[in-house]
Design a protein around this ligand. Structure first.
Ligand code: FMN
Ligand code: SF4
Ligand code: SF4
Length: 288
């Protein structure tokens, strides 16, 4: 059996989910082909038995590179079962709106979303979670992914609840696509801190950072993925009007002592509910 994984990951959290899922597929004797939507072109889906789409939620939507990529996929001659594995910094129900447009685009290509799951992973933007929280989120994700995939393979459909006006909500927040392009031009390098390692230039998924005549220039194709900001070794990049929201220290995901969150009340209820439900699911599926 052959599966195709397509993904976009700004700072690596989505890729972590993909890696766990990949091990599950391989242990079921699947061949896995992996496509980073910012690097590769679509393949014919007729050659595959299932598709898995991985993405981080950006402003209650799927990131633009995922949408652009899916639009380029040709309609398949057979129905392809699909699972969406999305993740984000909070587990609010509004985030479920992120897949509505994507699911519609996939359906037009004969790709049928049967399951859709959502994991909590640390924020790459807005504020930095404590290392304790990041470890906890990642640890739970690693336990939930095999359970969710087992349910997918057993044809146990898992779909998120939809709410009235969800589509409109997602549509309004798609302004982030434009906001990224405009705000992206305001990103700046602090030359007093920069050590000219060129990591930002080489790693930007949209080739948006140009270094010429000893100067850095940010063009208008920024995805606001925050990769350059998070992984700059000297915290030298400022991200325009959203600079106060930048997360400029990568998460280690190593086991950490309990630490108070920087914003302890932010989405507190949704985090408590997510962890409680996750623990219950893990306890109910101890044999997986
Ligand atoms: C521009 C931007 C917008 C975001 N919007 C949301 C959002 O609407 N809801 C949410 O829960 N998390 C949001 N996040 C947080 C990311 O979904 C989260 O940090 C994710 O783990 C990043 O994944 P990655 O490392 O694969 O890029 C946003 C992050 C960025 C950079
Ligand atoms: S990653 Fe940071 S230190 Fe390296 S070139 Fe870019 S701005 Fe300078
Ligand atoms: S400039 Fe930075 S935030 Fe914008 S797309 Fe490139 S790496 Fe991502």
């Amino acid at each position: 059996m052959k599966s195709l994984f397509i993904y976009f990951s700004g700072t690596g959290n989505t890729k972590r989910v993909l890696d766990v899922a990949k091990n599950c597929y391989i242990s079921r004797d699947y061949e896995v082909s992996e496509i980073d939507v910012t690097k590769d072109n679509p393949l014919s889906l007729d050659d595959f038995d299932c598709l898995v789409v991985f993405y981080p939620i950006y402003a209650f939507n799927a990131p633009k590179p995922i949408i652009k990529f899916v639009k380029k996929i040709k309609k398949s001659n057979k129905k392809i079962p699909c699972i969406i594995m999305k993740q984000s910094g909070e587990h609010l129900f509004w985030n479920n709106a992120s897949s509505i447009y994507l699911t519609r685009l996939l359906k037009r290509r004969n790709i049928i979303v049967l399951n859709e799951v959502h994991y909590l992973m640390p924020y790459s933007f807005v504020f930095r979670h404590s290392d304790y929280m990041a470890y906890k989120m990642n640890n739970i994700m690693e336990k939930l992914v095999p359970i969710d995939l087992e349910r997918f393979f057993n044809n146990e459909g898992i779909r998120p609840k939809r709410f009235f006006l969800d589509s409109l909500f997602a549509l309004i927040f798609r302004i982030q696509w434009l906001g990224g392009r405009l705000n992206g031009r305001l990103y700046k390098v602090d030359y007093n801190k920069c050590i000219k390692c060129m990591k930002c230039v080489n790693d930007c998924p949209s080739k948006n950072i140009i270094y010429k005549d000893d100067k850095f220039k940010f063009k208008g194709n920024c995805l606001m993925c925050q990769r350059c900001v998070m992984y700059c070794p000297n915290k030298a990049i400022k991200c325009g009007v959203f600079n106060a929201w930048r997360v400029d220290v990568p998460y280690t995901f190593r086991e950490a002592e309990f630490q108070e969150e920087k914003k302890p009340n932010f989405c507190r209820k949704s985090y408590i509910e997510y962890f409680a439900k996750a623990e219950e699911t893990i306890n109910n599926h101890k044999n997986i």
